[in-house]
Design a protein around this ligand. Structure first.
Ligand SMILES: *Cc1c(COP(=O)(O)O)cnc(C)c1O
Length: 377
């Protein structure tokens, strides 16, 4: 739910047009909850979830490290006050000249998932530490990450062996169980796979040190989700089960779980209409849609809570759509969204839990609609 600070900001500033308001106090609370839930793990905030400078500065000040995917994100983390030893280049797909630039900036930790990428890192960042990403099935995640990143564990052994041979530090294994992962057990299989890579390489005298357990920690949308504490317990149990009392260094990379519930989007109803007089489903067009920042409604994967000033009134199902002239700019149609029958053109609505993956997904000027404005308070 929007915090009082966010509601007060909207009431006094009355920004026109759709906008995101992020409450930094909530981000700080989330950071502390992760610290408490997994006290032995280092936190690398996934910058792509929301790279607002105020958020990066806050987290840098709290002691967070940063997971980045490009030179620009590395520079943002440095500008926010993070030192290079607190930044990883976590994208497995990098141009060699970008690796060289990161190396110049002092970055020493790189993700890989192929021998081809290892060769680039060995040339452009000699002696750096690398970790290899293994595939997960993404089951239980509402926003799974598919097979784009990672390789099977047997290949990870080859990749890290190759890194070692080329003079890199074969440092560890990473995985991502899929975003908005609500199954506490999802980390268990991946940690078992990580352990198998550790064991195989140990037989050859290559001693890995670190497991990067990725992101996946959820934001509460319409359904309750387990607490950070519950995730911490489940993950710690799996770590102990697979690694015994020789626990590796661990990293987590929360993105959504760090900023999702800190943000609220204010939007306006532009049109309410029907396709035929006898239709019982209304179409509600907002001034924000898939191209204005709500891209995660794709396939109706993420279902945001929508709050109106008329929520006490009787509700009926609506199709929700954005303002652009693209027919894909429809958000909830397969599973219509219940909204008050009294909802009126011109009403403002709040879309909750939108602190992550909204500003970064907004298009620059599709149909002349400006990118999603953001206020961090
Ligand atoms: C996007 C991403 C994350 C953050 O994932 P969330 O599900 O938002 O926590 C973490 N690590 C990597 C490598 C990512 O690409």
């Amino acid at each position: 739910m929007a915090t009082q600070r966010v509601l007060d900001f909207l009431a006094t500033r009355r920004p026109s047009g759709p906008c995101l308001v992020v409450d930094l106090d909530v981000v700080a609370d989330n950071f502390h909850a992760f610290e408490k839930a997994l006290p032995e793990s280092k936190i690398y905030y996934a910058v792509k979830a929301n790279p607002a400078p105020e958020i990066l500065r806050l987290l840098a000040g709290l002691g967070s490290s940063f997971d980045t995917a490009s030179v620009a994100e590395i520079e943002m983390a440095l500008d926010a006050g993070a030192t290079p030893d607190r930044i990883s280049f976590g994208n497995t797909i990098k141009k060699e000249r970008d690796i060289a630039r990161a190396h110049e900036l002092g970055i020493d930790l790189y993700a890989v998932d192929s021998v081809e990428e290892v060769e680039k890192v060995a040339r452009a960042a000699p002696g750096a530490r690398v970790f290899c990403r293994v595939l997960t099935d993404g089951e239980g995640a509402e926003w799974p990450l598919s097979r784009k990143f990672g390789c099977v564990p047997a290949m990870a052994v080859d990749v890290l062996r190759h890194a070692n041979r080329l003079g890199l530090v074969a440092y560890g294994v990473s995985f991502h169980v899929g975003s908005q992962q609500t199954d506490l057990g999802a980390w268990d299989k991946a940690l078992g796979d990580a352990k198998s890579v550790f064991a195989r390489l140990a037989e050859e005298g290559i001693l890995l040190k670190m497991v990067n357990m990725g992101g996946g920690f959820p934001t509460r949308y319409l359904k309750d989700v387990p607490t950070a504490q519950a995730y911490g317990q489940a993950i710690f149990q799996s770590l102990s089960k697979h690694f015994g009392n020789r626990l590796p260094e661990t990293i987590i990379e929360p993105g959504r779980g760090m900023v999702g519930n800190a943000g609220t989007i204010k939007s306006e109803v532009v049109l309410i209409s029907k396709k035929a007089d006898n239709d019982n489903v209304r179409w509600v067009f907002l001034d924000i849609g898939k191209f204005g920042g709500l891209a995660e409604t794709m396939d109706e994967a993420i279902r945001y809570p929508i709050v109106t000033t008329r929520d006490g009134d009787e509700k009926a199902p609506c199709v929700l759509a954005g303002p652009t002239c693209d027919s894909a700019d429809v958000m909830y149609e397969k599973m219509p969204y219940p909204l008050p029958l009294t909802l009126t053109i011109g009403d403002e609505v709040l879309i909750e839990g939108t602190g992550a993956y909204t500003t970064t997904y907004a298009s620059v000027a599709f149909n002349g609609f400006e990118p999603l404005r953001s206020y961090v308070i």
